[in-house]
Write a protein that binds this ligand. Structure first.
Ligand code: HEC
Length: 182
């Protein structure tokens, strides 16, 4: 074998070897994937779960219950009546809007009541707000009575039949002049 042929053969062998190494790298088995839940992250998940549970308990204890929210709901609803009687439609509007805010609290603190409260808002609070907007006392009173019926219907379906709402016969606060400031 002369030198030229030897060099040719050697470089061909080198190319073959390089290709083989290249293919080898490409075909190398992919590393085993890391386990989906390595130990450290399992610990973290358990900690987050425990924290979530603790927060749920706090939410229940610290935040107002349905009953607390209902007391405010009740006062604002009665105030709406007296505001309408005094034709103070701005106050009536304010109270109905605040009722929406108050119920949002209960929707968050007592999520199991959220659907029923939202249904009540749509079927009762929104028509009540519309009646207030019209500034028509007779229309307002008719809608108010329908709303009372809806309050009581929810008390029945919530196993609270003993809580019965009616038209108020006394203003919730003697310190408030429901006619407002002229
Ligand atoms: C989504 C259902 C629902 C609707 C709508 C509803 N209530 Fe209630 N209400 C309840 C439940 C449930 C309770 C009992 C609270 C509890 O179990 O802690 C309650 C309790 C009350 C209480 C008694 C609170 C107490 O602790 O003494 C009053 C007053 C009250 N509601 C007024 C009203 C008025 C006024 C309306 C309508 C404007 C109304 N509620 C609409 C579900 C509802």
């Amino acid at each position: 074998m002369n030198k030229k042929r030897f060099l040719l053969l050697a470089s061909m062998l080198l190319i073959v070897a390089l290709v083989a190494v290249g293919c080898g790298t490409a075909a190398a088995p992919t590393p085993t994937p890391a386990p989906a839940q390595p130990a450290a992250s399992t610990d973290l998940t358990a900690k987050v779960d425990a924290l979530q549970k603790a927060m749920d308990v706090q939410t229940k204890i610290i935040n107002p219950s349905t009953s607390t929210v209902m007391m405010e709901y009740n006062t604002r609803f009665a105030s709406t009546w007296y505001a309408a009687q005094a034709q103070n439609w701005d106050l009536a509007k304010f109270e109905v809007e605040e009722m929406g805010g108050v119920q949002a609290v209960a929707e968050n603190t007592r999520p199991k009541r959220a659907a029923a409260l939202q249904a009540f808002k749509k079927a009762s609070l929104e028509p009540l707000a519309a009646a207030v907007e019209k500034k028509d006392k007779a229309a307002f009173e008719a809608t108010y009575d329908k709303t009372i019926a809806a309050c009581n219907a929810c008390h029945v379906s919530s196993d609270k039949k003993f809580i019965k709402i009616q038209r108020p016969t006394q203003a919730p606060a003697s310190s408030v002049d429901y006619a407002g400031q002229k």
